[in-house]
Design a protein around this ligand. Structure first.
Ligand code: ASP
Ligand code: MG
Length: 426
């Protein structure tokens, strides 16, 4: 018998039918003899709709009121799920963030959890209930409702798991775990049985969107084991936990890719002291998040500086550079939107030399030009032409022995097919 937190995302609770299926699933876990706590996201696109409503009455809604509004999405799904569980003859009780003892700082819209008091959850468990906790929300010291940032229900789940000292925090979603690469572009990608917190964080930072990064950071800090698994099947997913022996054998754990960045090049920059400081201070001052930075060797006193940044920051980057480039007497700015970042991630890289050499050789053999490079002790990222991203991921995946024997076939499921799949075997 284990103590389990089961978190269900927006897609899994998007309709009454899906809520009934989640209830069925929770009851099944309880019948297996486990003690179960549920954490839910808002139904489907509810949060987006609430954000839209707010914007329709005020283009710049007060953050306190916005949090009050957004928190209602999860409160709808928690109550409905509790009712659906009761309809199956089991006791359930829903809890808002405040009732679940989730206390945060007062940074509305992206609050940080400062403490968790699980008394009521534990009492409900002891009395035989399935507690259902509204994700994404807490309460600040003033008693005002806060939210944890988009995707924050994952963080609630990990916090609740920590608060009640659960054996595992199961995060159910429409993907069945963490893969060695995105199976949609790399059909030989393999589902990982387990991955270390460090590797998971690097994968998430490099573009793999399975789990919210903050939830993984919280889990690492407090050693909460996460099990990322499918809401639509009983198959085991991927355990995210402290590194274990098996992980040390592989040099590379996975390959992430990210097409959301652009590459900016400033040409003809005078090679003088303080120029880079001026450029990057101005960019930072305008909230441009720069990632990789490369400065070429100067020729005749001039050099080129390139950096990558999220496409979302491109407008601000352009605006900043239009101002700064004349000030530093550089020649011109050039923005390339058709780039992608491909990252090899693996704790094993730390102790294995030659990863970069092997990666560059493989890319060269496949006629893939490297536009920029950056590294951390457990990550090697390259920027390539966007048109070559799938080829780059696939050839690296093969070269680093990550290929699975099974070939992933992408299935585009309709809403009805997903519902049918959820019903299967239950
Ligand atoms: N409902 C919130 C969102 O859409 C939180 C979550 O789903 O985790 O961002
Ligand atoms: Mg979500």
């Amino acid at each position: 018998m284990a103590l389990i937190v089961c978190k269900f995302g927006g897609t899994s609770v998007a309709s009454p039918e899906r809520l009934r299926n989640v209830a069925k699933r929770l009851v099944a876990r309880k019948q297996e003899g486990h003690r179960v706590v549920a954490v839910v996201s808002a139904m489907g696109k509810t949060t987006d709709e609430l954000v839209g409503l707010a914007a329709a009455v005020n283009p710049n809604p007060p953050t306190r009121e916005l949090d009050r509004l957004l928190s209602t999405g999860e409160q709808v799904s928690m109550s409905l799920l509790a009712m659906a569980i009761e309809a199956r003859g089991y006791q359930a009780m829903s809890f808002t963030g405040r009732q679940a003892g989730i206390v945060t700082d007062n940074t509305h819209n992206k609050a940080k959890i400062v403490s968790v008091d699980s008394k009521r959850i534990l009492e409900a468990l002891d009395a035989g209930y399935i507690p259902v906790v509204a994700g994404f929300q807490g309460i600040d010291a003033n008693g005002d409702i806060t939210t944890l940032g988009r995707g924050g229900s994952d963080t609630t789940a990990v916090a609740v798991a920590w608060g009640i000292d659960a054996d595992v925090c199961e995060i159910y979603s429409d993907v069945d775990g963490v893969y060695s690469a995105d199976p949609r572009i790399c059909p030989r990608a393999a589902k990982l049985d387990e991955i270390s917190y460090d590797d998971m964080l690097e994968m998430a930072g490099a573009g793999s969107g399975v789990l919210q990064m903050r939830a993984v950071e919280f889990a690492r800090k407090f050693n909460v084991v996460i099990h990322s698994r499918s809401a639509f099947s009983d198959a085991e997913g991927t355990y995210v936990k402290e590194a274990c022996d098996m992980m040390e054998e592989a040099v590379i754990t996975g390959i992430a890719h990210d097409t959301s960045e652009v590459k900016v090049t400033i040409r003809g920059v005078p090679d003088a002291t303080g120029v880079a400081a001026k450029v990057f201070s101005a960019l930072a001052g305008n909230s441009v998040n720069t990632d990789m930075i490369i400065q070429n060797i100067s020729e005749d006193g001039f050099t080129d500086i390139s950096f990558t940044c999220p496409a979302a920051d491109m407008g601000r980057a352009k605006e900043t550079l239009d101002r700064v480039v004349p000030e530093i007497d550089a020649r011109e700015v050039d923005i390339d939107e058709n780039v992608a970042k491909v990252s090899l991630v693996g704790t094993g890289m730390r102790s294995t030399p030659g990863v970069a050499a092997r990666a560059f050789t493989v890319l060269g053999e496949n006629d893939i030009n490297i536009l920029a490079i950056s590294t951390s002790p457990i990550r090697l990222s390259v920027v390539v032409d966007a048109a070559q991203v799938a080829d780059a991921v696939r050839c690296l995946h093969t070269a680093f022995d990550l290929d699975s024997d099974e070939v992933f076939e992408e299935t585009q499921l309709s809403a009805e097919e997903i519902a049918a799949k959820m019903n299967k075997g239950r």
